[in-house]
Ligand binder design. Structure first.
Ligand code: GYE
Length: 307
């Protein structure tokens, strides 16, 4: 009997858990680092990963999830493009008995039992951090400060949260005014395009750019350069993610403040997937701890940043 037990144990060990991951797109440096982290962690942890990319198309993402349900994967994880529109497909996953993990973006569904766990950041707090730096650093009290906000993908959790937290802090500081909020879709190309449009319209009235991610901020820096103003000096720039590109811009004074959003979620995701497979309960929210960076701090951090 002793021998039988150990044989069973060995067999159990050899059965790999299969994770279907529906990645949202390829919009940013954060996303590239996130995808690499998931692939590497799956390999390290012996998780059988099926990874598909929706190219920023919600319908496609739903289709990918449906495919995973059909294949009968053990766990489904995805980074939802937007907050709404997931009830139906997640009900299908639930009916099939497949647990769902939300990776880096949250959703709004009628029944919260349709997902098991969220792994990612506190977006509202990120927005607050961006605004706190701005209001704490002011030199000329009373002078109006005009802000251009470059928003991420419409209706995506990070866009909603980062806007909310930023506005919440500015609410008590009346000299700050958001001149315009433009949708840059988290991409370098759109960030640059929107910033060029803002400059054409508001020109030297712009004091600050608040970009919901680094890629848009890098685009904005280029647009400001091309317009003939000095990014980081004539126009202050705040951005979220803290990728190596942004920290580099910060270290040379073209960006002014960086709020970290950690994309390296692979190890935590694989741990949760294995725990689910083993029948363990996992926390409903796993929030990553993150920092902020000024110029001097960026110089140190760059040495350790791989993405
Ligand atoms: O900040 C941005 C990306 O969902 C937290 O999506 C993520 C955001 C990230 O493309 O760069």
């Amino acid at each position: 009997q002793q021998r039988d037990l150990s044989t069973n144990h060995q067999e159990e060990k050899d059965v790999k858990v299969t994770l279907g991951f529906a990645q949202v797109g390829k919009e940013s440096g954060f996303r590239a680092a996130n995808t690499s982290s998931i692939i590497a962690a799956a390999k390290d942890e012996g998780v059988n990963l099926k990874l598909k990319n929706a190219n920023n198309d919600q319908e496609k993402q739903v289709e990918i999830i449906r495919g995973f349900i059909k294949q009968g994967v053990d766990v489904i994880a995805f980074s939802p493009k937007v907050e709404h529109g997931w009830d139906e497909v997640l009900q299908e996953a639930k009916n099939a008995g497949i647990p769902v993990i939300l990776s880096d973006r949250e959703i709004e569904v009628r029944d919260s039992s349709l997902w098991t766990s969220f792994i990612g950041s506190d977006f509202v707090e990120e927005g607050r951090r961006a605004a706190r730096w701005l209001v704490n650093g002011r030199k000329t009290p009373g002078k109006e400060v005009n802000i251009i906000e470059l928003e991420g993908t419409s209706n995506a959790a990070p866009s909603i949260g980062r806007k909310e937290g930023f506005e919440e802090v500015l609410h008590d500081h009346h000299s700050y005014r958001i001149l315009d909020s433009l949708i840059g879709d988290f991409t370098y190309r759109k960030g640059k395009e929107m910033m060029a449009a803002a400059l054409a319209r508001y020109g030297r009235d712009i004091d600050v750019v608040y970009a919901h991610n680094d890629d848009m901020a890098i685009g904005a820096i280029e647009a400001i350069d091309e317009y003939g103003l000095r990014p980081g000096k004539d126009i202050k720039i705040i951005s979220i993610d803290a990728t190596k590109k942004a920290l580099t811009a910060l270290s040379i004074g073209k960006l002014n403040f960086s709020v970290e959003c950690n994309p390296l979620l692979g190890p935590q995701l694989m741990k949760s997937v294995k725990d689910l497979k083993a029948g363990k309960e996992i926390p409903m929210k796993i929030i990553t701890s993150e920092k902020t960076f000024t110029k001097e701090e960026a110089k140190q951090e760059i040495l350790m940043r791989h993405y």
